[in-house]
Design a protein around this ligand. Structure first.
Ligand SMILES: *[C@@H]1O[C@H](CO)[C@@H](O)[C@H](O)[C@H]1NC(C)=O
Ligand SMILES: *[C@@H]1O[C@H](CO)[C@@H](O)[C@H](O)[C@H]1NC(C)=O
Ligand SMILES: *[C@@H]1O[C@H](CO)[C@@H](O)[C@H](O)[C@H]1NC(C)=O
Ligand SMILES: *[C@@H]1O[C@H](CO)[C@@H](O)[C@H](O)[C@H]1NC(C)=O
Ligand SMILES: *[C@@H]1O[C@H](CO)[C@@H](O)[C@H](O)[C@H]1NC(C)=O
Ligand SMILES: *[C@@H]1O[C@H](CO)[C@@H](O)[C@H](O)[C@H]1NC(C)=O
Ligand SMILES: *[C@@H]1O[C@H](CO)[C@@H](O)[C@H](O)[C@H]1NC(C)=O
Ligand SMILES: *[C@@H]1O[C@H](CO)[C@@H](O)[C@H](O)[C@H]1NC(C)=O
Ligand SMILES: *[C@@H]1O[C@H](CO)[C@@H](O)[C@H](O)[C@H]1NC(C)=O
Length: 461
């Protein structure tokens, strides 16, 4: 079956060359970009010295000739490996054997002379390859062609349905990355198999699997297998190693057959999975007394809003019913999703909690409060741009330095305040510590009133 994400189809010879070249080039580019653009930092990658290169990815892809639109419609090829800057993904059809103890996927073929070139690909099956910090927690897998009897492992388990192998390492556990790097890519990669697919997890975190078990079970009728455990050699006739990735919290609708893949359908899927009742936000009519619900995501450790109580009072005065909440590791996701879905407006300071926008009804409003420190672009990439595909209205409230706790800590002519951009060039740690971890926000109610009024107005249309 033809699948556009694997559109790079090559003649057998070119294909072998491509695997090696693409890998070398992407490694070189990744390394050089890592050093050149280190200041392009990603605020949500909270766990380390992470680098996000998403903004430059389109440019890199063009340079490397990763032109997904250049579709060569040849006959179906048995193996496609597309090694993109953000995510590796190999689709293999035929005699495929997975030997976990060496993290190797064998593609047994007699049609290719395996001694004629490089026949193996190093694949990290997690969709945030450019974050070197995340990838430290993602196992290297090898996809290899094999036609020498001595190299081919014996099957100990045969399966008649396809498998998808992915890593639960990386940044899992951060709500944003759970959805952006895992849930949406898993959905995009597995939907076409109509639940007849085996999920093979590597770098497995059992708590992650249980947190999303309900959702995973809607995508696969089979048991989820921790592939790193046990000594089995699992054999399949169709395997996908890695996940499809498009953009943060986005699905590329043009890459699906029958238009089945879209954020619209993904949100419908979430509504079914978590029994979310509301498809549409409240539609206010003039003179009506109905109150729209506003949820304030209240961060507890960093980037706090210090005057949530005052904002709550203001919002109530403007006619909102207000809920203040934040999910944590022990929150029942289904229950939390239902609370979010009952709201018409979701607001919070830039951070993983805003990912809950996926549960909002259509036409609801997302208000992102952008802290001081020049992270507007990231903020917009993470939540502004995705809101469009989710049928949400997006409002941004960029704080002034007077609303930031940084103004109390540094004199106004200090580089942290005067020169945020050049300070960021010093690297991730400086940005992370100062602008993301050492900044609380006290919202100016006079300024913010306008934003809440706009949200109310949107709900009237
Ligand atoms: C990609 O390839 C298509 C078809 O060959 C071509 O029309 C398009 O201009 C190319 N895009 C880029 C960015 O090179
Ligand atoms: C993996 O298991 C096979 C037997 O199934 C054994 O021959 C091989 O040496 C093992 N490899 C490693 C790296 O342990
Ligand atoms: C496979 O390739 C090697 C190296 O190019 C060559 O020596 C050998 O003859 C080839 N074998 C076949 C069966 O074509
Ligand atoms: C093939 O390329 C990989 C890097 O992608 C390298 O690790 C491996 O040694 C190469 N194998 C051969 C047989 O040259
Ligand atoms: C994966 O391989 C790369 C290149 O060989 C290496 O730098 C990296 O540390 C490996 N990752 C893990 C998790 O072993
Ligand atoms: C799996 O299938 C192969 C080929 O059909 C067969 O040779 C092998 O015995 C089977 N292995 C198991 C464990 O059923
Ligand atoms: C986690 O959030 C729930 C509400 O969703 C709250 O009841 C609980 O106390 C919180 N736990 C921690 C450790 O903050
Ligand atoms: C989580 O919440 C849902 C909906 O409120 C409920 O049906 C389910 O039993 C809860 N799960 C757990 C483990 O408490
Ligand atoms: C932000 O507020 C929290 C809670 O009051 C406090 O623990 C933290 O030290 C504050 N951070 C800054 C940078 O003021």
């Amino acid at each position: 079956m033809y699948d556009p994400i694997f559109a790079k189809s090559f003649s057998k010879f070119e294909r072998k060359r491509f695997g090696f070249c693409a890998f070398s080039i992407s490694l070189i580019v990744a390394l050089s970009i890592y050093s050149t653009f280190k200041p392009c930092l990603h605020p949500l990658s909270i766990l380390g010295d992470a680098v996000n290169l998403q903004l430059s990815i389109d440019a890199i892809e063009d340079k490397l000739g990763f032109n997904n639109t250049a579709i060569e419609k040849t006959e179906v090829e048995p193996i496609y490996c597309i090694l993109k800057p953000m995510a590796d993904c190999c689709k293999i059809e035929g005699d495929v054997r997975i030997r976990a103890n060496s993290s190797t996927v064998f593609f047994v073929t007699s049609g290719i002379n395996v001694s004629a070139g490089n026949n193996s690909w190093r694949v990290q099956p997690y969709a945030r390859k450019v974050n070197l910090g995340a990838m430290k927690r993602v196992k290297n897998w090898t996809v290899t062609l094999a036609n020498n009897k001595d190299d081919i492992p014996m099957c100990t388990k045969n399966h008649s349905f396809p498998a998808i192998l992915f890593s639960v390492g990386g940044y899992s556990g951060n709500h944003f990355h759970d959805f952006s790097d895992l849930v949406i890519p898993i959905y995009s990669t597995s939907l076409r198999f109509k639940r007849d697919v085996h999920f093979l997890t590597t770098d497995t975190k059992p708590w992650w699997v249980s947190k999303f078990r309900g959702l995973l079970n809607k995508l696969s009728r089979h048991e989820i297998v921790d592939i790193d455990e046990g000594k089995e050699v699992h054999c399949y006739t169709k395997v996908v190693v890695g996940l499809k990735f498009y953009k943060e919290l986005k699905i590329n609708p043009s890459k699906s057959r029958n238009n089945e893949l879209s954020m619209y359908n993904f949100r419908q899927f979430l509504r079914q999975t978590y029994s979310l009742e509301r498809g549409k936000a409240i539609k206010l009519k003039k003179g009506e007394k109905k109150k729209p619900r506003l949820m304030i995501i209240s961060r507890k450790k960093t980037r706090l809003v210090t005057n949530v109580a005052e904002i709550t009072r203001l919002a109530r005065k403007l006619g909102f019913e207000v809920i203040v909440d934040e999910a944590n590791h022990s929150t029942n996701l289904s229950k939390f999703a239902q609370i979010v879905n009952s709201c018409d407006v979701l607001m919070g300071v830039h951070g993983a909690g805003l990912t809950n926008m996926v549960f909002l009804p259509d036409n609801a409003v997302l208000i992102q409060i952008i802290p001081f420190g020049g992270i507007d672009k990231f903020a917009r990439t993470d939540f502004g741009e995705p809101s469009d595909g989710m049928n949400l209205k997006y409002l941004e409230y960029k704080i002034k330095i007077t609303e930031s706790s940084l103004s109390k800590r540094y004199p106004l002519d200090h580089p942290v305040i005067k020169d945020a951009i050049s300070l960021r060039i010093k690297g991730w740690d400086a940005l992370n510590k100062i602008y993301l971890d050492q900044q609380n926000v006290t919202i100016d109610l006079h300024r913010f009133k306008g934003t809440l009024a706009t949200a109310m107005e949107i709900l009237h249309h």
